[in-house]
Write a new protein. Structure first.
Length: 174
């Protein structure tokens, strides 16, 4: 499969089988993350691999909506960064998250992004603070997102040409 087909096939997966993700595949996902480009090559990110069922369940409660399905995932990679190491840590973590998702698709896994930054926990506090406490993150760290990963319980249709919004593309001037 070429790169464009991989991009076309990747769809968010929120229902996973119970199959554990092999260590070799976890290592592949982490290589993609650790090779991702960062501004000034600062690498402000850190990646917390979570495969403990109880912790995954807790993470699924990190915000009131949009993270519930994580409870059924065998694996989560939490993307965190130290904002003091880079003023564009948000972009850097987003690129790493994207490359993790594309690599997951490439090696037969499903994934879905869960937004943590700027989201609130049900108790009104920041979702990021809840995750920080749960995973013993250092005080300086911010949580960007959580990528839920596992074997797909259901295949979703790849994107097709008819959903390409060509009207969003402008040439020379808007
Ligand atoms: C920045 C970002 C934040 C997202 N946050 C969530 C989330 O919190 N929960 C969720 O279920 N999906 C989340 N998603 C997945 C989107 O809903 C999904 O990518 C979008 O609906 C398009 O579907 P597709 O991934 O199948 O192409 C997020 C995606 C992005 C890029």
């Amino acid at each position: 499969m070429n790169q464009l087909q991989l991009i076309q096939n990747r769809r968010s997966c929120r229902i996973f089988t119970e199959q554990t993700v092999e260590e070799t595949k976890i290592e592949t996902l982490l290589k993609a993350a650790l090779w991702s480009p960062t501004s000034k090559n600062n690498r402000p990110w850190e990646f917390v691999v979570v495969d403990d069922k109880n912790l995954i369940s807790q993470l699924s409660l990190s915000k009131p909506h949009g993270a519930e399905f994580l409870k059924g995932a065998p694996l989560a990679i939490v993307l965190v960064a130290d904002p003091q190491k880079s003023d564009v840590w948000v972009e850097d973590t987003a690129i790493a998250a994207t490359l993790i998702q594309l690599t997951a698709e490439d090696i037969g896994l499903g994934s879905c992004w869960i937004q943590t930054r700027l989201r609130d926990h049900a108790d009104g506090g920041a979702s990021s603070d809840f995750v920080k406490k749960l995973l013993n993150l250092p005080a300086d760290m911010q949580v960007a997102s959580i990528i839920a990963i596992g074997y797909k319980a259901k295949e979703r249709k790849p994107y097709t040409d008819d959903v390409l919004n060509w009207d969003k593309v402008h040439r020379n001037k808007f």
